[in-house]
Design a protein around this ligand. Structure first.
Ligand code: PRP
Ligand code: URA
Length: 206
């Protein structure tokens, strides 16, 4: 399943992020706000279970989330989506997977992994602003599957058709959510029109 979240607020904020003159502060703030808006949509189908409660007026049945949520940002850029999602799901646990692309081969290289226990019982959200060739997402999904995750959502800001196709082929069971599906990858694996290097723009490293 691929869902592109065409919400006017998301599109407006993403347009600000795409502009090359947008600086680190505004880039990060808009990403944070989009993450919260995306989380609202991504969480639409979370399972709930009935719970007996008592209001000041009497007894009734309420509903609570029935599955633990684990958010797994792909380091570094995925961190930019973390706080916005956690504002909506403050009880979520957080796992980290460190991955960078070898800029020559475009192959992802894993350098860190730390996840909560019981991923097999949870809904795992892998988050990263960019889905380019799909290599990082494919490996991150494999890493959580190896630890038992079986209910996985991939949440990215901007995707390239090539990356979406690669993830769908490698992990057809994973739902993919994007704020925008862009045109293509260029010859060095960057998304066009995209927004440039997300990690560098979030952390001001270039
Ligand atoms: C970027 C981005 C993704 C990856 C996407 O990370 O945040 O993780 O590239 O590319 P892919 O789909 O072709 O794998 P990068 O490797 O630049 O690392 P960073 O987050 O540390 O900047
Ligand atoms: N990583 C980024 O940060 N941007 C791209 O366009 C592709 C990979």
């Amino acid at each position: 399943m691929l869902e592109v979240l065409n919400h006017p607020l998301i599109t407006h904020k993403l347009t600000l992020m795409r502009m090359k003159e947008t600086g680190t502060k505004d880039f990060r703030e808009n990403l944070d706000e989009i993450a919260e808006l995306m989380a609202y949509e991504v969480c639409r189908d979370l399972p709930v279970r009935p719970i007996d409660i008592e209001t000041p007026m009497g007894k009734t049945t309420g509903y609570e989330l029935s599955k633990e949520i684990v958010i797994c940002p792909i380091l570094r850029a995925g961190i930019g989506l973390l706080d916005g999602i956690r504002r909506l799901v403050p009880t979520a646990k957080v796992g980290f997977i460190g991955m960078y692309r070898n800029e020559e081969t475009l192959e992802p290289v894993e350098y860190f992994a730390k996840f909560p226990n019981n991923l097999d019982q949870a809904i795992t959200m892998i988050v990263d602003p960019m889905l380019a060739t799909g290599g990082s997402a494919i490996d991150a999904i494999a890493a959580v599957k190896k630890r038992g995750a079986n209910n996985i959502k991939l949440v990215c800001l901007v995707g390239a058709p090539e990356g979406v196709k690669a993830v769908q082929e490698a992990h057809p069971d994973v739902d993919i959510y994007l704020a925008a599906l862009d045109e293509r990858l260029n010859e060095i694996g960057y998304i066009v029109p995209g927004l440039g290097d997300a990690g560098d723009r979030i952390f001001g490293t270039k």
